[in-house]
Design a protein around this ligand. Sequence first.
Ligand SMILES: [Zn+2]
Length: 656
Amino acid sequence: MPENPFFAPSGLPYELPPFADVREEHYLPAFERGMAEQLAEVDAVASSTEPPTFGNTITALERSGRILDRTATVFFSVSASNTTDGLMEIEKVISPQLTRHSDAIRLNRALWARIKQVTTTDPEESWLLEKYREDFIRAGADLSESDQDRLRALNEDLSKLSTQFAQTLLRASTESALVVTDPKDLDGFDEAKIESLRKEDGTYVLPLLNYTAQPGLSQLTDRDVRRRLYELSVGRAPGNFDIAVKMTALRAERAALLGFPSHAAYTVADQTAKTVEAVENMLGQLVGPAVRNAKKEAEALAEQAGFDLEPWDWPYYSEKVRQARYDFDGAAMRPYFELNRVYRDGVFHAATKLYGITFSERADLGGYHPDVTVFEVSDEDGSRLGLFVLDPYARPSKRGGAWMNNLVDQSSLFGLRPVVMNNLNVTKPASGPTLLTYDEVETAFHEFGHALHGLFSQVRFPRVSGTSVPRDFVEYPSQVNEMWVTWPEVLANYAKHHETGEPMPEELVRKLKAAEQFNQGFETVEYLAATLLDWAWHKLAPGESVTDPEAFEAAALEAAGIAYPLVRPRYRTNYFQHIFAGGYSAGYYSYIWSEVLDAESVEWFKENGGLTRENGDHFRRELLSRGGSIDPLTAFRNFRGREAGIQPLLKRRGLI
Ligand SMILES: [Zn+2]
């Protein structure tokens, strides 16, 4: 074994990263060697005396930076899922260096001059060549020396601020947690839940999840405790407001350098949306009806409560109305959603029915934490497809939310099969089986939709592998996969009582489906408000300064017609990780944008007989296997047989 596990390819099956061999002191030397190696490789391309060809330029760049790629993949995966003070320190040091490194490549004039001369007639190559040109121009390759200097400084400052934002936020989930000394204050939670919150000093600590409406709000019976929890949630990490002000100003300045009126305009230019107007046109169709729906829902809640609601009352009374109207009790579902069964007999089962793929646990392979499980995925003919790595549990060292990431990108250039990973934030019970909420079941199917996009990738080049598609397209396959959560054949297969094995009673299934449309007004407004907040921050013109970020936030929501005191944005500025530390700046609209394609695709599956191998194969062949190797909307048309329209989405969200 080499002295540093990142210096050579992993010897494990599928080149799964050798997590067990990695120690914190390996990262910095591996980052340093990785960056130096890639700069030398890039210099060799840039200074070549041969005429530039696709092979000696683009393919050579695709081949460069293997050590860096391996190191960064493991580092950012572990620091997201199981960080330590040491890793947080490394991240602070390495983030600005990585930004400088990427600028050193994209702003290399000799390299850019050669890329501009490359020609090719192969369609996959031309598409990739186009991507490279776009990437370089968007990174500032055509700017003057002095503008490039300013750009480098802006990028470096932004990367430091972004790390600072994320780290402040992670600390806030425990620093701003709800602490009570009397367990009576937690009335509404069950015994096991209360027990799991107990600390050694006898207090009870409820950490914050990374969005506004904490799940506890739907259960806690004490109104004042709900108020405290809500205020802790919306007020957490106050220092992040200032970081947001700085970051948005720097982003606006960078957009101007690159020739765009705002960061939003810059961001959407290489997305499927293309223009600010296209995004605003779509959001404009949704805001009015969504707010109307939410207000109608609020009336029913106030009637149930018998007093005027405050925002911390909404989840509690909506749960009450849901129970009254649909006789639907979220807690009654949970015994039917046992984690392992949800995966093996639900998520995996649906994939077997659609795509013929099968899963077997590889107990011999592991991750960075004992709770991580590795599965080998095989095609119907028995050939090996890749690995699926699952880390379901929440821990204080994990960032909020759920996500998919690649540990190894599929590419035929390197002959590599994909290794993909899903992270969830399910609370691990003190003992006994892990019972999921309905939302968590949905999240499991959603994230696995991303995993399929990675696993089915069949492309030549790493740059366009799997989920390397525009951000406003990437949520589409994952959203489609959610349709199988309540598909009768799938639900019947996984929703079985964890003790008795009895299937979920018909009655409960019927109620579950009837209640699906419930609270859509709230959910749509909560989402749209966050989207429009993101948009307002990133439509700032260069030089336009914000002095009072909270006032700016309020004014932005007012101006967008989405200000509704009872339903605050899903994320306020201070904990909007997606846009300040997650690559979704001016991109939070992507979820609803992708949902247009999703709603169309769900219709297609239903029109064509639903859960069949034929349908799965068609979706896989035309869409999932293509990754980013062709124009995404062309892939969609090839799959659907026509352009997407907005009607199916409006219908689904109850907005017509
Ligand atoms: Zn997603």
